[in-house]
Ligand binder design. Sequence first.
Ligand code: BGC
Length: 347
Amino acid sequence: MKVTKSIFGKAVNDTVSSYTLSNSRMSVKIIEYGARVAELLYDDVSVVCGFDTIEGYLKDNDYHGSIVGRYANRIYKGKFSIDGREYNVSNNEAGRYHLHGGYCGFSGKLWKLENLGCDDDRAYVTLKYVSPDNEEGFPGTLAVYVTYTLTLADELKIDYVAVSDKDTIINLTNHSYFNLSGVGNTILDHMLTMYCDQYIPVDQKLIPFGYFANVTGTPFDFRTAKAIGRDIDADDIQIKTAGGYDHCFTRDRGENKDSPLLIATISSPVTDITMDILTTEGGIQMYTGNFMTADNPFFSNCPQRKNQAVALECNRIPDSPNHAAFPSCVYRAGEKYTQTTIYRFKR
Ligand code: BGC
């Protein structure tokens, strides 16, 4: 196993380094800007969308490959309360809702190298970001550590640890967009299994109503493998609202696990590459690139197109601070937030 360091470019007035973790079949390039997965090659197939240069990432508004936080996904009107005290965080979506950490969330920060290394079984890099008290309106100084580990078993493991010095809310995820046929192809033919009995219906602004819906008999039933495109144009109010899939799927009503469990499996009929996703999180946001139309080409000038990739983001349920039915994402001062998510490749 190997880890190499290079210079990727410049951002936030500083040098951005990249760290490439590799084994004989797989290589993963992590950059300090947004702690992003900037490239993932499996058997030389490029399976995560990204950009050739730092300029592509600086122009990007879709969180490509990044760590998202302090609160991933949406918060209604950017408002929530902890013990009766109301907080207002940035409403960076249409000036009305909070999305993915605010105007400049963790995806737009320059993370610092904390640790890196390799041995016979793994190569890893740990990046750190300290989010100041009141950044984007969130209470408490939050220290966040993310470790990307590539294993001999072709797994990319992401371990998150975060601690705040005041009571706060935390919901972190990785926002990689996958295409197992290789960047540039469609994902509508990918076969997907989601080990999730329920999903979270949303309103016109993609904010949860606050209840769980059973997937049985709906386009959201992926409990046995089904092509992503099979029901993506179904005459279903939730599909129409999002213009495809842009929903959180849950198992055990969104409860977290102590150790990572299989939550989804996806495979490409073109390359036969399969990816298992295991996580300690109780939810997984599936976003089928419904708004993927930006004029910001991926690698080798490949244009962005709708449904060209799928993000499968392991996280808490969106807007959970405002819905009693959803597991809490409040972390007390000094309480440790952890998450482990594994993307395991095979062919
Ligand atoms: C959200 C989408 C959003 C996308 C890019 C996804 O996680 O669910 O609604 O458009 O991120 O911002």
